[in-house]
Design a protein around this ligand. Sequence first.
Ligand code: AMP
Length: 223
Amino acid sequence: MTTPRIVILGPQGAGKGTQAGFLSRRFRIPHISAGDLLRAEARRGSPLGQRIARIIDRGRLVPDELMSSVVRARLRRRDAKRGWIVDGYPRFRQQAKTFNRFARPNVVVVLTLSDQQAVRRLVGRRVCPNGHVYHIRHHPPKQKRGYCDHDGLPLHQRDDDTPVAIRRRLRWHHQQTDPLIDEYRRQNLVLEVNAHPPIKAVYRHLLEVLKNIPWLSSRLKKK
Ligand code: AMP
């Protein structure tokens, strides 16, 4: 049986992490977030973690070899044998080339969102230290305001969610990720989903397009 090896792409604020989380539960495969892997390493406070923390805080990109080795180590873990969904990696063609040396996606989900909407969403984003993501208006915590529903930890705004850092990332996204999407499109791997509607509507649409892939549709029916 083919295992789902999904890459999810789209600008910051498109809801990649949220939709990847839904798909992860639906397919029972791990959701591997490049940003979360890096933040986990940064929290460890090792020399490597400190180096990563400095890069992230400035809104810069972690070097290719470092990024790929972190993702590679994660994909080697047992739970990733049944498939995976990777979010936040690869972001540009060089990273995709490196990625191809140790893993090959068979579906690339592209979430589309205007820049204006992306900025609006990101300034309202709040996260817990374990990476669960909320939005003050669109997706507030249900149990206690300002606290994570999953682990009760206080939510905060990420250092790199300031308007200046967001606009820098969006500019970069268009320059670097658009050509990557074009390349995956040429390989016939891309499924595009409009990310403007509310979260649940985007997810429904995403499932509809995934059902058009014969080997994935049988896995979706089995649930
Ligand atoms: P994210 O949680 O996806 O917004 O990522 C947070 C930060 O981690 C980014 O601003 C980068 O500094 C770093 N990062 C995440 N993904 C990558 C990647 N694919 N390549 C290099 N750096 C990355």
